[in-house]
Design a protein around this ligand. Structure first.
Ligand code: NI
Length: 209
């Protein structure tokens, strides 16, 4: 679809540049550039209807009065998800040593973006590796997609050609650890590169049980 005439090429180039500039600006704003962080963050979080790792239906309302430390990912994730969940769990443990009443007010939650493979059983076997109070949430694809959308979490399936033509896939996804307050509203977030100490310190500062 590359135009052959010179004016056509210039026009094509200008359109492409304008498009790239728009994407860059959008990304910059999403990442909190230009001091707009507060506006973007205010929109994070919302209602969800999912199923926990014991098979019990849960909604966001079930967590009112408690802080939720939420991470979206999938159990087949080779690196980023386990690292993030471990940081989340170790951070909460570190907080527990300093301020047990604060740690007790926080529920660590892992929500899958891959419900096709992450059923209740898979979630149960997974979350127990990280923290004894961690809650794994799954549901129908429509339910987990709706939850991810409320939290502005991006995800997409990346299909890979495996051995002998077998198809395998990974989920590409954004990777933030959200701290939500007792009223269900956004408080702060950590990145998957945050350290255990940063998580512990951030929670100690923000959690007021
Ligand atoms: Ni992951």
């Amino acid at each position: 679809m590359f135009p052959k005439s010179l004016p056509g090429r210039i026009g094509f180039g200008v359109t492409l540049l304008a498009l790239l500039a728009a994407v860059a600006l959008f990304t910059w704003q999403r990442l909190g550039g230009g001091g707009q962080e507060a506006i973007g963050e205010a929109a994070i979080g919302g209602p969800f209807e999912l199923v926990d790792h014991t098979g019990k239906p849960v909604t966001d309302q079930d967590f009112r009065g408690r802080y939720m430390l939420i991470y979206f990912g999938f159990t087949y994730c080779p690196d980023v998800c386990p690292t993030s969940l471990a940081t989340m769990a170790r951070g909460l443990e570190a907080l527990d040593e300093r301020a047990p009443e604060k740690a007790a007010a926080v529920t660590p939650i892992f929500i899958t973006v891959d419900p096709e493979r992450d059923d209740v059983e898979a979630m149960a076997g997974y979350v127990e590796h990280f923290h004894d109070r961690m809650i794994g949430l799954t549901g129908s694809l429509a339910q987990t997609t709706a939850a991810a959308k409320e939290y502005r979490v991006y995800f997409s399936k990346v299909v890979e050609e495996g051995a002998e033509g077998a198809q395998d896939y990974l989920m590409d996804h954004s990777s933030f650890i959200y701290l939500m307050g007792p009223d269900g509203r956004y408080v702060t977030h950590f990145s998957h590169q945050s350290t255990v100490e940063e998580v512990a310190e951030g929670l100690e500062k923000r959690v007021q049980p």
